[in-house]
Design a protein around this ligand. Structure first.
Ligand SMILES: Cc1cc2nc3c(=O)[nH]c(=O)nc-3n(C[C@H](O)[C@H](O)[C@H](O)COP(=O)(O)OP(=O)(O)OC[C@H]3O[C@@H](n4cnc5c(N)ncnc54)[C@H](O)[C@@H]3O)c2cc1C
Length: 484
């Protein structure tokens, strides 16, 4: 519980309307996109400029009050979940696009700018910002940086980390620092890569310089139908093995297309066990050549039907279905739980068979959508929060998928981050010495652990507790536990 005297001091550094404490004002911030986890914040602050962010952080540091940063709250790992006794620092009002430089092909934006707004602002220069999370209409650049977000186009154009040149952050002490530059590389440790994906644990992002890329002359999508999900999984590996790097390579299984088609009317083949969407972009000649190669590989892998988008409207319709897959599944089930493991592409088929067996084991259905080219899975486990025990089953189902991802040589997250959701699985992914290193990095930025506490990096106590039930890759050194 935050002390009323501290709220008064917050009101001393922010305008009155920027400090919310009344229940009806703060309840909307009780969760992010993973609504199974909820916690009503004591206080929400909405600064309107960097100086106000600095003032809030200085105050929190001086009084040892924790801070949780939040952008649009679309995160799917409970990363922006309010923590008891913490200030929820919402960056949504820092939403100015400060500069677009068509010659340098860069944009400078505040953290509350929506992802899609950058491409809209750059469009008159025939440029766009490549990382395109399906939530891009709402999610903010601050959240994208904190999660190292990805999207359909990241297979060819890279994740957030590959498309950001410089970030400006405020430390928990209220000190402003800049990392990166306009140049593609810099000497010394790569602190930019360290901070991108750090889930609000190292500092609060107040400005981001991103790269813009030219809009391709042409983009077309091949949609392939498969009668067997394993064949579709193998086709993904075969495309990459053939040396083709598509602009997007996504897969949806039958339950996913069945949910999406009535919602979006994308023209998906509802008889197929799985469909693949494979985009080529470039000059018309490059696209024609790549599509011919893609068709040959897909046919060789057993695709029974191939369609190529014949207009920009049709291409966008094919993608609209994939991008709306989460809300479409939300229409057919009271609740769904979106997972985010990553596995080596060649093991997609194995993972899909295992998920089918888990559906029977837990008695819950699962629709599968994938950033298949990246080996990034998004199983959508359907459950009903109002049924006693259903959420616990969904959570156990999800945990089993994540831990199998590690066993198959992959990772517990591809793009959604760890947050609270996957914190136990961090104990499976990493050894004790690796976690100790993460804690040391955290301490170098935030010694008192005030920024987004309890998220992303598990304490060794937590791992010890979890390790009693699960096999831990590393050897737990119990005498060391008191240090964290
Ligand atoms: C329908 C749907 C589809 C999605 N599709 C994708 C997808 O394709 N790819 C993908 O990667 N993700 C996807 N997501 C997840 C989510 O949109 C991303 O993680 C996004 O980057 C979160 O941005 P946000 O502004 O909503 O951040 P929030 O949810 O508000 O916060 C996310 C994390 O960032 C931290 N944070 C936020 N702002 C700052 C800041 N200024 N400084 C420091 N830390 C900060 C928070 O503390 C938290 O840990 C999807 C979500 C939904 C609901």
């Amino acid at each position: 519980m935050i002390h009323p005297a501290f709220i008064s001091r917050l009101r001393g550094v922010l305008p009155a309307h920027a400090v919310l404490v009344d229940r009806e004002d703060v309840v909307p911030f009780e969760s992010d996109g993973l609504s199974a986890y909820r916690n009503v914040p004591d206080v929400v602050v909405l600064p309107e400029n960097e100086a106000q962010v600095v003032a809030v952080l200085q105050l929190c540091h001086a009084e040892q009050v924790a801070v949780v940063a939040r952008g649009a709250g679309t995160g799917l790992a409970a990363g922006a979940l309010p923590v008891d006794g913490a200030v929820l620092l919402v960056l949504a009002k820092l939403n100015r696009i400060k500069a677009i430089d068509p010659l340098a092909r860069t944009a400078v934006v505040e953290p509350g700018v929506r992802n899609l707004a950058i491409s809209e602002a750059a469009a008159p220069h025939d440029l766009y910002y490549a990382p395109d999370p399906s939530s891009q209409i709402a999610c903010t650049l601050g959240g994208n940086v904190a999660e190292n977000s990805g999207g359909v186009h990241c297979l060819k154009y890279g994740l957030t980390v590959h498309n950001v040149l410089r970030i400006r952050m405020v430390s928990i002490e209220g000190e402003i620092f800049e990392i990166g530059s306009g140049a593609p590389d810099a000497p010394g440790y790569d602190l930019l890569a360290l901070c991108i994906g750090s889930e609000g644990l190292l500092g609060v992002v107040t400005e981001v310089t991103v790269k813009l890329v030219p809009k391709p002359e042409l983009a077309q999508v091949v949609m392939a139908s498969f009668d067997d999900v394993a064949q579709a999984g193998d086709a993904v590996a075969a495309i990459i093995a053939a040396g083709i790097i598509p602009a997007g390579l996504e897969m949806m299984d039958k339950p996913a297309t069945a949910a999406v088609e009535p919602f979006v009317k994308a023209g998906y083949d509802l008889d197929a066990a799985a469909i693949l969407l494979c985009e080529s972009d470039g000059t018309p000649e490059e696209v024609a050549e790549e599509i011919a190669r893609v068709r040959a590989v897909l046919t060789g892998c057993g695709a029974r039907d191939l369609r190529v988008s014949q207009s920009e409207a049709e291409r966008l319709r094919f993608w609209a279905g994939r991008k709306a897959a989460f809300p479409a599944v939300g229409r057919i089930t009271p609740d769904y739980y979106c997972m985010d493991g990553t596995i080596p592409r060649k093991r997609l088929a194995e993972m899909l068979s295992a998920i089918a067996a888990m559906e029977t084991k837990y008695g819950l259905s699962c629709a599968n959508v994938f950033h298949a080219g990246d080996g990034n899975l998004h199983p959508l486990i359907m459950y009903d929060m109002s049924l006693p025990g259903d959420w616990e089953k969904a959570e156990a189902f999800g945990a089993e998928i994540l831990e199998l991802s590690v066993a198959l040589g992959g990772s517990i997250t591809g793009e959604h981050g760890v947050g609270i959701e996957k914190i136990k699985q961090m104990c499976v992914q990493y050894t004790t010495p690796e976690l100790e290193t993460f804690h040391a990095v955290k301490a170098a930025f935030d010694e008192k652990r005030l920024l987004n506490p309890e998220k992303a990096i598990p304490s060794l106590h937590r791992c010890a507790e979890y390790g009693r039930m699960h096999v831990h890759r590393g050897e737990l050194k119990f005498p060391d536990l008191e240090r964290f």
